[in-house]
Design a protein around this ligand. Structure first.
Ligand code: PLP
Length: 285
């Protein structure tokens, strides 16, 4: 079934939504995106996603094309128009179309604003129950990974490389330490049941699921430590998991062919997944 998408103020069947070939999003990846999960027809962690969207557009000087109230209303309308009660909303704001290719841009450009939905089961998933495997891949991304730009070529190549090595995804490694997963936040659990994840910096995206999961963990008596960790620490860990908007908390069972813990999804990871879903579902808007 054809989706109804939102493009620059219009609701259109997906085949009718057209963007110029001169759009800087297309020529320069000069664009910011955001992904918000929909569950029970409601938005999960919406405040965090809308705040990060504004932070990212602000960081590269793209003017937000709509105000806060309209942004929330568009999220609700697009889910309704596509009868989506479970899945995700993708949103992209590019700097727009200057009418030609030019490295220079002006600050009066009209951004291109695009949204679409993707139906997806997010609760009953194989990966949520069984976990995934990862391969370590060198992190060759740029120096501002904290900005959610559409420059996703390297994460995409890294995930392909991980698949070629027989793993489901890539854990990116810089200077011997794990930064994050190709499109998610990475964690290990120590033998003493402490959850370890890298502190926020320009080297990782500030995950919205990460922010909520860490608060929920601490509220439930799970210890959290924010520090970088090595691939050897992952191999020696009791458990590992990742977080992202539409995968919540998902176990990781092996890295580079080495089982993590007993090679099965860890008890703490599965518990945190349930706690996260319960808490965020209750607070969805
Ligand atoms: N890190 C990277 C590089 C990502 O691309 C993503 C999500 O797309 C995340 C982390 C997780 O962020 P969030 O929890 O907000 O989905």
């Amino acid at each position: 079934m054809s989706r109804i998408v939102y493009l620059n103020g219009e609701w259109l069947p997906e085949a009718e939504a057209k963007v110029s070939v001169f759009d800087r999003g297309y020529l320069f990846s000069d664009a910011i995106y955001e992904v918000t999960c929909v569950l029970d027809g409601k938005l999960l962690d919406y405040d965090g996603h809308s705040a990060r969207l504004k932070r990212s557009t602000g960081a590269i000087g793209i003017k937000m094309p709509v105000d806060d109230e309209t942004l929330l209303s568009l999220h609700r309308q697009i889910a309704e128009k596509n009868e989506m009660t479970e899945g995700l909303i993708y949103l992209q704001v590019s700097r727009g179309n200057p009418g030609d290719r030019d490295f220079m841009f002006t600050d009066d450009m009209t951004p291109t604003f695009f949204m679409f939905t993707q139906k997806k089961n997010v609760i009953e998933t194989k990966t949520g129950k069984n976990g995934i495997t990862v391969a370590s891949v060198e992190d060759l991304r740029w120096g501002r990974c904290d900005i959610k730009t559409t420059q996703l070529l390297y994460p995409s190549l890294a995930k392909m490389e991980a698949h070629e090595k027989g793993a489901d995804d890539a854990w990116l490694v810089r200077d011997g330490l794990v930064t994050e997963q190709s499109s998610a936040t990475a964690y290990i659990v120590t033998k003493d049941d402490v959850v370890i994840t890298r502190p926020l910096s320009h080297e990782i995206l500030p995950g919205i699921t990460r922010a909520s999961a860490l608060v929920i963990a601490e509220k439930n008596g799970i210890k959290v430590e924010e520090r970088a960790f090595s691939v050897d620490e992952v191999k020696a860990a009791k458990e590992a998991f990742y977080t992202s908007a539409s995968n919540f908390v998902t176990p990781v069972t092996a890295i580079d062919g080495h089982p993590i813990g007993d090679g099965k999804p860890g008890a703490l990871s599965l518990k945190l997944r349930d706690l996260y879903i319960e808490d965020r579902r209750a607070n969805a808007i």
